[in-house]
Design a protein around this ligand. Sequence first.
Ligand SMILES: Nc1nc2c(ncn2[C@@H]2O[C@H](COP(=O)(O)OP(=O)(O)OP(=O)(O)O)[C@@H](O)[C@H]2O)c(=O)[nH]1
Ligand SMILES: [Mg+2]
Length: 566
Amino acid sequence: MTIRIRLRATSHPYRLQNRFVSSPIIDLPVRANTISCDMSDSTLLTAEAQRRRTFAVISHPDAGKSTLTEALALHARAITEAGAIHGKAGRRSTVSDWMEMEKARGISITSTALQFPYRDCVINLLDTPGHADFSEDTYRVLTAVDCAVMLIDAAKGLEPQTLKLFQVCKHRGIPIITVINKWDRPGRHALELMDEIHERIGLRTAPLTWPVGIAGDFKGVLDRRSGEFIRFTRTAGGATAAPEEHIAAADAGAAAGVDWETAVEESELLSADGSDYDRDAFLSGESSPVLFTSAALNFGVNQLLDMLVSLAPSPGGAVDVEGTRRPVESPFSAFVFKVQAGMDSSHRDRIAYARVISGTFERGDVLTHAATGKPFVTKYAQSVFGQQRSTLDDAWPGDVIGLANAAALRPGDTLYRDVPVQFPPIPSFSPEYFAVARNVDPSKHKQFRKGIEQLDQEGVVQVLRSDKRGEQAPVLAAVGPMQFEVATHRMATEIGAAISLESLPYQVARIVDPEDAEFVNRQVSAEVLTRTDGVMLVLFSTPWRLEGFQRDNPSITLRSLVAADG
Ligand SMILES: Nc1nc2c(ncn2[C@@H]2O[C@H](COP(=O)(O)OP(=O)(O)OP(=O)(O)O)[C@@H](O)[C@H]2O)c(=O)[nH]1
Ligand SMILES: [Mg+2]
């Protein structure tokens, strides 16, 4: 028999027998008249890992990822009012869109991590940018999650960027939860959307809820497991959690009339068609549970949270470079998936985001940085919530640790304790846009150099150099032109060294071996530059030039970089 106790604490973390634990609720075994406290490290570690849900929200731009992220935090009571954090200027800025440019344009440029408790679970949620130009950032996040919530705009269906991200998830074996969002707006028929998903990407859909009312007239959902009607009520501006009423199936007809009858009929059709939820099919990526929401009105958000808790996988370790799985119970290991500076203008520091793969973490632990073999002290570990940070004392598999002042860490790096491990690096995408950056104000020479180095380390752009162009004229390389806008904006506002950019007439990059570099560099419409990591890239003006070169020089091997469309 076990007894469940709740630890009393005025602040996080909670303390039990000189141990810090991150949850106040603990199950203890009871023997005879005593309570023996079985808090061995491995029991606690397994329990903490099992209650983590670490997932990314992905989709084409504008489907509502940041709005949904905010709604999830609101329903889990991690924030009190959606949109409240950034004032009343509509719902354009959310807790995850904190960057000045993001607020101004209402789009996400960089991914953001939020952590909050919900029921007995700890949710680690990563909001990603949808715009293709920032897909490298989204891709990095997908290396750090156990599950993805794929958002689909009810009026638009599957859009190009969603398709690409779906392929990345499929390739990485990440199970997908599908959310049909914006059901409060006129849109497509629900059954038609299910067909589209199945036909175009081969994913079987298993709706857990089904909308009552067509798109544009969202009354509530039919909970396909309990058979109940969950009726939603609007709140002013969707700023607070939407009240919901659970109505038994027998009374739902009276409450929602013909819309209820239609929902029931369609749900029966789905069952007849084999579209019922199956856990193995979900975890293997063959099928996807589906929910219907309006993130802006906070409809269907509770159902998504409950679903994440009950169905989404908990952390299961990760495979290292040798192909061996590091289970969660192993000594501590973590994987850096993102580096971000400029989050706090008063500090100007960089944060490396590390996802815990195995073991426990306590602030101050001395880890090993696998890339250099050097010790890494974690005195400045922080937990992140959008732009806000607080001191982090412990972390468990699935959690995201923000490591401040971690100049040595790059995306793709591994940190470990005791038993060495190295996780696979994150491949960088093939750039298609190139521009020479120049410092506008010669007196800002030092800031210019440091700023370019910082943007490079964060992966905002890739930085290429050559002896011919010199240190003063680095070439910035990007997957999409908006990355240049971000680089220019941040150099001027955050780093204080305005730059001018001159586009270069290249469209394709290939890796070239150093021994061939000189020969390749002599070709017309081609230029060889060295990336900061030492890799030599040759740039060609057009794909046809590249093809022609390869045809004329079959003995020279040029290797492709990872394409942005996965
Ligand atoms: N009517 C309606 N509007 C929504 C809903 N969800 C989001 N929106 C609106 O859609 C727009 C885009 O929402 P975001 O949450 O910024 O979209 P996003 O997917 O994060 O966009 P990117 O990060 O730029 O890819 C905003 O104007 C939102 O208010 C919804 O459920 N219903
Ligand atoms: Mg967004």
